[in-house]
Design a protein around this ligand. Structure first.
Ligand code: NAP
Length: 265
């Protein structure tokens, strides 16, 4: 069955690789990027390689929460349902440290924007068939400092990235409990994959980017993941694994959700 699949950050890296594979399988792909020209080029490339005309695009800079809201209004005016949402867009290195609102940039792009986008799109996702939400986590997960996330305390890039990824992982686990009819999975696609992100951050890679693209395709299509809603898939080991302990700490998760709701209001 043809699925409606929305992939954030699919103008590059593993998001684009997954988009190409899923388009080749005949699914309708909604590509997202922050730059209109790069988005248009990605759409053309995916259409050509996959020989699939049903590739459409949406633009929003995820560091701007107003742009995220605007994009979700646009999506809701054009789509009636979404079967799979892959919250894949992410940032590690960046010339700027803070968002427009003064919040930690990585916290906004890697966590708060997907949190807001998903909240807005849930009515469409609930209408999807065998609906799934795939959230791109990482092996790097670290205890959240709310002052740092609010931009009131300076932390290094590694810390801010790892804190944003733990936030995303904690929220994934929570979301699965709230929406039992959906399959929600947090995934570390593999460490130091050969993409722009890893090469800019570390100047090296350990594995081909395809390792990450392929696990996203599997998480979208394979039935074996249906019974794993709320779980964390670690593609370094190729298996489901335990995430950071705070993922399972109800009080810590409640604090995060309360904090997040205040910021997106
Ligand atoms: N690569 C790894 O080793 C690795 C390991 C663990 C987890 N991950 C996670 O996997 C996901 C994909 O990473 P990747 O390696 O494929 O990275 P990538 O090649 O750098 O691609 C990132 C994608 O996110 C988009 N993006 C970045 N900032 C954005 C913003 N402010 N607004 C909208 N879109 C934005 C990029 O857009 P542009 O094309 O405009 O730059 C690009 O499409 C990320 O969430 C990352 O944290 C990656």
């Amino acid at each position: 069955m043809q699925k409606n699949i929305f992939i954030t950050g699919s103008t590059d890296g593993i998001g684009k690789l997954a988009a190409i594979k899923l388009a080749t399988e005949g699914h309708n792909i909604y590509v997202h990027g922050r730059n209109k020209d790069k988005l248009d080029a990605a759409i053309l490339e995916i259409k050509k390689i996959a020989n699939n005309k049903n590739i459409h695009g949406f633009v929003a800079d995820l560091s701007d929460l107003n742009a995220v809201k605007q994009m979700s209004i646009d999506i809701k005016s054009k789509l009636t349902y979404i079967d799979v949402l892959i919250n894949n867009a992410g940032v590690f290195k960046s010339p700027i440290a803070l968002s427009k609102e003064g919040y930690d940039l990585r916290f906004v792009v890697n966590y708060l924007a997907p949190y807001l986008l998903t909240k807005e799109l849930l009515p469409l996702i609930e209408k999807g068939s065998n609906a799934r939400i795939i959230n791109l986590s990482s092996a790097a997960q670290s205890d959240i400092s709310y002052n740092a996330m609010l931009g009131k305390q300076t932390i290094n890039v590694n810390e801010s990235y790892a804190q944003s990824k733990l936030a995303l992982t904690m929220w994934s686990h929570y979301l699965a409990k709230q929406y039992k009819e959906l399959t929600v999975i947090a995934v570390n696609p593999g460490s130091l994959l050969n993409t722009k992100m890893a090469n800019e951050a570390y100047g090296k890679h350990w594995s081909p980017a395809e390792k990450g693209g392929d696990i996203l395709v599997d998480l979208v299509l394979s039935d074996e993941h249906k019974s794993h809603s709320g779980d964390y898939f670690d593609n370094d080991s190729g298996a489901y694994a335990s995430a950071h302990p705070n993922t399972y700490n109800e009080r810590a998760v409640e604090q995060l959700i309360e904090f997040s709701n205040k910021l997106i209001d």
